[in-house]
Write a new protein. Structure first.
Length: 467
């Protein structure tokens, strides 16, 4: 009888929930159940109260029942979320089914098949997501990783998980409220969405969520607010409270796929070079064409583990292309001269090889200042250059040939503070990496390309880009 039931429910978790557990899944929950049955990796962002944790408990019980010798590591950012909510939910639904209650043993940390010989090879286990080794060492032909409140899980936890997903019947499902616009969970719905089946659960479509709750969010914050986006729509916020460039500035589709013909006459070309050399960071070469009606950003050349000589050669290729296509247009090459970037500045400055360009050494740690007559003081040149990017976006003067989700993520995740003197100070790269955010190399390359007319870097001498 058990074998027949396994065959009946193996690929039909919705039927399993209805007939074995006695649940009544709503359409939003059915999306999750069907997705994990058909896909290896599933990422679910959800509004508040749609029953995502309940659905996870159903998925765990379904996988335990229908797979031979399954191992199901379950994790969440806090012990409260894991044991008091997810694990308690498993216990509740387990006890609603006579069949499952007679097959499985639930404890505060594990769910196992009855029988001493099954304790170590047929189980689900609760482990908090604090260290990567908590998710290491799991091997099975039937392996399911379950991540609750995934937006709060540190990126380093995902490394051993992805490394274990090698078998044909290994799966991953992660769910959470989309509270952060950075990290692995965010990228699973943006830059890495081709790896996942992505689902969004809108609280307005759920019978579990009261209309009063939705209306109270609207009344308190408004339909255009981030609380409404996150807690009701299940969408990522437009910006974190202390994010320097709000995501909303980068969202309009009108920014992308822009034709040069719509921007008037070409005035000049800026090339930005952010130098990383070796390591995990990228070297980025950006070309920006300045027209009478705005700026057009071309697709970057992204290079890994390069030498300064190789990078210089690639920059000169870009310059040669510009000189050939636009022989009467000036080309300004702006290079981050900090660290190994000084070598690229020297190489470009010493031998032009009959190319027509100027080379300018820029520093992200310089003295700062103001942009034109704006009442904003920046503590260093990083703020000035990023402030210039932000201002062009706000003025509707910055456009892109194509949409680069990684660039958008980098621009929209850097935070800022106001220091004791009232100056704007952008987050240091070292602090970004502590938050699990990579170096914003592409964003820096863009900022450099747009800095062609920013001169002096001083409060008295600063002159910003003018259109």
């Amino acid at each position: 009888m058990i074998e027949k039931l396994i065959d009946r429910y193996k690929d039909k978790p919705v039927l399993f929930v209805k007939e074995v557990i006695g649940g009544t899944p709503e359409p939003e929950q059915i999306k999750m159940l069907n997705s994990i049955a058909s896909n290896r990796m599933v990422s679910v962002k959800a509004g508040h109260g749609v029953g995502k944790t309940t659905t996870l408990s159903w998925i765990i019980l379904w996988f335990m029942f229908t797979r031979p010798y399954p191992k199901i590591p379950c994790t969440a950012p806090t012990m409260h979320q894991l044991r008091d909510i997810l694990w308690a939910e498993i216990s509740k639904w387990l006890n609603k089914s006579d069949l499952l209650r007679n097959l499985f043993v639930w404890t505060i940390e594990r769910l196992t098949l009855k029988g001493k010989s099954y304790e170590e090879n047929w189980f689900a286990v609760a482990r908090t997501a604090t260290k990567p080794d908590a998710m290491q060492g799991f091997h099975s032909e039937s392996l399911l990783f379950v991540l609750d409140e995934a937006s709060g899980i540190n990126d380093i936890i995902f490394e051993p998980i992805l490394g274990a997903l090698t078998g044909d019947n290994t799966k991953l499902i992660m769910v959470g409220n989309p509270t952060k616009i950075n990290g692995f969970f965010y990228k699973s719905h943006t830059t890495n969405r081709d790896m996942f089946d992505c689902i969004t659960l809108n609280a307005e479509n759920s019978k579990r969520v009261s209309k009063d709750f939705v209306q109270s969010i609207i009344k308190l914050y408004g339909k255009e607010s981030d609380p409404y986006r996150v807690r009701v729509l299940g969408e990522f916020p437009k910006a974190e409270a202390d994010t320097f460039i709000p995501l909303s500035l980068l969202e309009p589709e009108s920014l992308y796929g822009k034709s040069p013909n719509a921007l008037g006459e070409l005035i000049s070309i800026g090339i930005g070079v952010d130098v990383a050399r070796f390591g995990d960071d990228e070297s980025a070469i950006y070309k920006v064409e300045r027209y009478t009606e705005g700026y057009l950003v071309h697709e970057p050349n992204i290079i890994y583990k390069n030498t300064t000589v190789e990078l210089t050669g690639l920059v000169k290729q870009e310059i040669r292309s510009c000189n050939t296509r636009y022989p009467n247009i000036s080309v300004a090459v702006n290079v981050d001269g900090g660290g190994v970037g000084a070598g690229v500045v020297d190489e470009l400055g010493s031998n032009h090889n009959d190319l027509d360009y100027s080379v300018n050494e820029k520093t992200f740690g310089g003295g700062g200042g103001v942009l034109d007559d704006e009442p904003i003081l920046y503590t260093n040149d990083t703020g000035l250059m990023w402030g210039n990017v932000k201002r062009l976006l706000m003025k509707g003067k910055l456009f892109f040939v194509s949409k680069d989700e990684e660039l958008i993520s980098q621009l929209a995740t850097r935070k800022y503070t106001v220091d004791e003197d009232g100056q704007i100070k952008l987050e240091r790269k070292a602090d970004m990496k502590k938050r699990g955010i990579g170096s914003p190399d592409r964003a820096d390359g863009l900022a450099l390309a747009l800095s062609e007319n920013i001169q002096g870097y001083g409060i008295a001498t600063i002159s910003s880009l003018r259109l």
